[in-house]
Ligand binder design. Sequence first.
Ligand SMILES: [Zn+2]
Length: 192
Amino acid sequence: MIARTHDLAAITALGIVFVLLPPQSLSLATLIIAVLANLLGGITPDIDQPTAPLWRNLPIGSFFGRIFGKLLGGHRFFTHSIIGVTVIAYLAHLLLLFLQPIMGSVNIDVVWWAFVIGILSHLVMDTFTKEGVPWLLPIPIKFGIPPVRAWRITTDKKIENWIIFPGLLLFNCWFYFLYYDRVIELLRSVTR
Ligand SMILES: [Zn+2]
């Protein structure tokens, strides 16, 4: 799937978790940084391909992207597995602990969860595509839903752009309408 769809899926998943399992306290700074971390998490697994947004936007990024992709075993490999997600999540936690002293009122646990939710949503979305996802590496099987490959989605084609992306948008509208009271409650609880 393309970055735009992954980011929408990530923020959708984060919204569901925030509304159904609201954090006990949420400062505005935490909310903003959590949303950014979630969007970053949503595209992080694709650092294994040279065309990833991160590499595209950096000078000589495609060069680093190619090296990184090779190191990570190529596209849809290490970063698209439970073991890879665990390693990335651990490194992100270390980075957050390191940054904590300069982050003031930011709750790094909430930020970390938002990042991890973004990554997991990426893997779930990719599971619906033709290539599948090697969830259980080092077991080299790529899983997909539905199991029949031909019935799955092709990245950046009509189904993704005209059904999945608008479908996610509609889902968000329905979800926030359904839980309107809880959303208001959550927003009211946000502190400075
Ligand atoms: Zn991916």
